[in-house]
Write a protein of this length. Sequence first.
Length: 145
Amino acid sequence: MIPARLFEETSRFKLIDFLVNKKLLIKGDWFCDAKGNSIGGYIKGSPANPDVALSLSYFGFDIEEYKRSLNPHHNVKRRIDGKIVNRSYLFSNLLQEQIKNDEWFKDNLEIDETFIYTTNKLLETTSNYRKYPICSNKNFFNYLL
């Protein structure tokens, strides 16, 4: 591993593009800011993807070691939470769907629901103001029906 700051910007972007092309990184709108705006980012490619396995083999990496890098705890799902993401961002529903729809990810990863961006829309409600006066218990129950 080499810190990104040691690469000049042009070289770093070329390297990222190369890894995306080899399917070892997947580019997508995996994050949202507090207003719900999409934020692009990268996730590692799935070990279930044959292209990932071929790329790992090409570079001489063991697929089991790669799986451990994604989830070091065998038979226990890795919980993705706020420690992984910048405090200003949340995970998008797109990332949640990517995990749920992938053969390996769905069995080995889960996102803490409290860190997924959701829209909170107010539901339309009726007013508690009554147009008609309630004169008796009988009328009250008629209004409820």
